[in-house]
Design a protein around this ligand. Structure first.
Ligand code: NAD
Length: 261
């Protein structure tokens, strides 16, 4: 660790040690070290695909065909990845009794795969692990639908009602899940400490959460490789890799609370 990072990591650890309700807010940057590219870094997903808007997916068969073609191609990107030290550090915070919840913009299930309690993970943008019928609500594991696609189905339709099937992720133009959004707002308001890890903080309304937390009195810690538009509001700003920084941060917390000699 560079000496530059030593000071903010120590400051962040002091803040966490003196708090109980720590909310961790994660974006695509927490999973890049697991091999899933983010959206906005060079080489990220934006540079390869234009997003398909929800309205276009629902109204156009051609768009659904294209969406499932991409889904078939990128499936293994999500299915075969493992959590990294950043996800595991969040699990450690939970074990230390410090974690209130994880609010994630990610759809990759890696917090749960690392061992975070599923009921403490709020998925703001849904999950890539399931597919939903938009008519009757039937739900399938994404792995099952991958088999259909690999057997030659180009656009899957519900085997119960014939309805349009869509990944259980939130597309651009699609309404945010009401329960998760309200829960995230509430937890952000009540947070004593709010840690942003690996998010450019440009996707709204998710990116609104750090401000809700800060305005409600939380200490704001931002851990990100690139600048974010919220950096000026951070009590502690750590420009570094999520895996490295989170692991060191949690080790420091453990030392301070005396669980590690
Ligand atoms: P983003 O791509 O806008 O920003 C990611 C940020 O993480 C960037 O600022 C980048 O500098 C930083 N970063 C990249 N690697 C890092 C690392 N190793 N350590 C620390 N920081 C790192 O992502 P976003 O803010 O999450 O918003 C994009 C949207 O894309 C979200 O809504 C999310 O749902 C979706 N998305 C999810 C996944 C996933 O589930 N893994 C992947 C790509 C995009």
């Amino acid at each position: 660790m560079t000496s530059q990072m030593e000071i903010p990591i120590n400051q962040a650890a002091d803040i966490i040690v003196s708090a109980r309700k720590v909310v961790v807010f994660t974006g695509a940057g927490v999973s890049t070290e697991s091999g899933i590219p983010d959206f906005r870094s060079p080489g990220g997903i934006w540079t390869k695909y234009q997003p398909i808007l929800f309205q276009d997916f629902m109204s156009s068969e051609e768009m659904r065909r294209e969406s499932w073609r991409r889904g078939k191609e990128t499936y293994h990107l999500f299915a075969d990845v493992e959590p990294n030290p950043a996800h595991r550090a969040v699990v450690e915070l939970e074990r230390l009794g410090k974690l209130d919840c994880v609010i994630t913009q990610n759809i990759d299930n890696l917090h749960q795969k690392a061992g975070s309690s599923p009921d403490l993970v709020i998925e703001l943008h849904g999950t890539a692990m399931y597919v939903l019928c938009m008519e009757c609500g039937k739900r399938w594991p994404r792995a099952e639908i991958q088999k259909w696609l690999e057997e030659g189905v180009e656009i899957p339709y519900c085997d119960e009602c014939g309805g349009i099937m869509k990944s259980a992720t939130v597309s651009f133009g699609q309404a945010m899940p009401e329960k998760e959004t309200m829960e995230a707002q509430l937890r952000s308001q009540r947070a004593e400490v709010f840690i942003v890890v690996g998010s450019s903080l440009v996707v709204y309304p998710a990116a609104h959460m750090p401000m809700v937390a800060k305005q409600s009195g939380a200490k704001l810690i931002i851990i990100n490789l690139a600048e974010t538009s919220f950096d000026m509001y951070a009590d502690v700003l750590i420009r570094g890799k999520a895996g490295d920084v989170m692991q060191r941060l949690v080790e420091r917390v453990k030392t301070k609370v005396g669980t590690k000699r």
